[in-house]
Structure formats: structure tokens, C-alpha cells
Write a protein that binds this ligand. Structure first.
Ligand code: AMP
Length: 216
């Protein structure tokens, strides 16, 4: 396609990206929360949005099916980031990647004693690197959601998950014991598109950049 395709996921990312799109003069013609369409036009005939699963955003941009995308740092680290230019931390969808345990579990002592921990998470790469750097031996158990349940039913000792308000942990009698890293969403750009469509993409990237710095 000769125009610009932007890959976004529904929910937090779409909601928090809308003001940035507006700053770039881009207004979606439909709301993906209510529309079932996966390709959404905008007020600009040369700009369209595609609605993808959050963890698929880097893949669409990597292969050039989308020129731009917005993805959490968590998703980018798990994907690996190959073929992607990551020019801006958009400072949206902020949260923290944390290690959490059930209230009664003495994490600090388990780590001190060199215990082998069962860790349930969607974020295998991040978890593997975190525990390897600490010298903690772990068995990683891949889950696709509701990680908070795993330690409550004996599937794991520990979880690695995103925490925003902490309400989900509290509601499930879990406590955060370690912050692995702060997380926010990034603009990602297909490296070939950045060269071939520079004149089209650069103003959008710059509009995002100035919208972000004016809120800093
Ligand atoms: P909270 O109860 O506010 O701490 O939110 C925790 C739940 O929301 C967890 O299940 C997280 O996986 C999810 N979550 C929180 N923040 C984000 C984010 N920025 N991006 C994706 N998922 C998130």
C-alpha cells in the first residue's frame, strides 16, 4: 500500500494512542471497541489503522504489513525487536514488570537458600533473563493470561506479570517482591518503510514526538 498503515491493539493502547493520532491530524473513522472491522479508515485517505492482538504488533511491523505500530516494551522484549526501529518512548500504557508471590511465601528466604523456583508467566524471555542475572534457578511455566491464579492453585511458586495499580495482586492475596523493569508503550517503525516512505512517515513520527514531549 502506498499510504501509511498503523498497527494498534484494542483497549489501553488504542485509547491512549488516540490523542497522539489526533496530534498528528489522524482521526479514526470507527471505534475498534464497537466495530468488528480489523482495518479502520481515518480522516486521511492515505492513512489506515489495522487492529491486531497486542503481542502480534511487532510481527506486522517487522514484515512490513504495517509501517508503524505501537507496542508495549514487554511485547517488544519478548518479540526480540528484529527489523524494527524504535524511535520514541510514548510514555503511555505505563506499568511495571514485577515478580509476585502469595502472601505466605517467603521469597527472600527461598532466594537466599538457593531454592529452585517454579515461575508462571507469559513473559518467558524477560523472566529467564531476570532470574539468570540473579543466579536463581527456575522452571518456567508458560501461561497466556491470569497468571495470578497459578500460585493460588499450586501451579507455581512465583509469577512474573505486569502490575499497574496493584489491585489484581491484592484481590488475589499476592504481593509484589521485585520490580524487574518499568514498562511503557513505544512507537515502532518498519526499517525499510522508514527509508522508502520517509516523506510520509517523518511528519507523523515528529507529531508523536512533540505530543509526547509537551506532556513530559
Ligand atoms: P492492576 O490490577 O492495575 O495492577 O493491573 C494488573 C493487570 O492488568 C494484570 O493482569 C496485567 O497483566 C494487566 N496490565 C496492567 N497494566 C498493563 C499494561 N500497561 N499493559 C498490559 N497489561 C497491563
Amino acid at each position: 500500500m502506498s499510504g501509511i498503515t498503523i498497527a494498534l491493539s484494542k483497549g489501553r493502547i488504542f485509547d491512549e494512542t488516540a490523542p497522539l493520532l489526533a496530534a498528528a491530524g489522524i482521526a479514526p473513522l470507527e471505534n475498534p471497541e464497537t466495530s468488528r472491522k480489523l482495518i479502520i479508515g481515518t480522516n486521511r485517505p492515505d492513512v489506515r489503522l489495522i487492529i491486531v492482538r497486542a503481542s502480534d504488533t511487532p510481527t506486522y511491523v517487522q514484515y512490513g504489513a504495517a509501517d508503524l505500530g505501537i507496542a508495549g516494551k514487554d511485547v517488544l522484549l519478548e518479540h526480540g525487536g528484529e527489523g524494527l526501529y524504535q524511535p520514541i518512548d510514548l510514555q503511555i500504557a505505563k506499568c511495571r514488570m514485577m515478580v509476585a508471590v502469595p502472601e505466605g511465601f517467603d521469597y527472600e528466604s527461598a532466594v537466599r537458600k538457593g531454592a529452585r523456583l517454579r515461575v508462571a508467566t507469559k513473559y518467558l524471555r524477560i523472566a529467564r533473563e531476570h532470574f539468570a542475572a540473579k543466579g536463581v534457578h527456575v522452571d518456567l511455566i508458560k501461561l497466556y493470561g491470569s497468571m495470578e491464579l497459578a500460585p493460588l492453585v499450586g501451579l507455581a511458586d512465583v509469577i512474573v506479570d505486569l502490575v499497574s495499580t496493584g489491585n489484581t495482586l491484592r484481590a488475589n492475596n499476592l504481593r509484589a517482591v521485585e520490580e524487574i523493569m518499568p514498562i511503557s508503550a513505544r512507537l515502532i517503525v518498519n526499517q525499510a518503510a522508514l527509508k522508502l516512505k520517509h516523506a510520509l512517515l517523518q511528519p507523523v513520527i515528529e507529531a508523536f514526538e512533540s505530543a509526547v514531549s509537551s506532556h513530559a
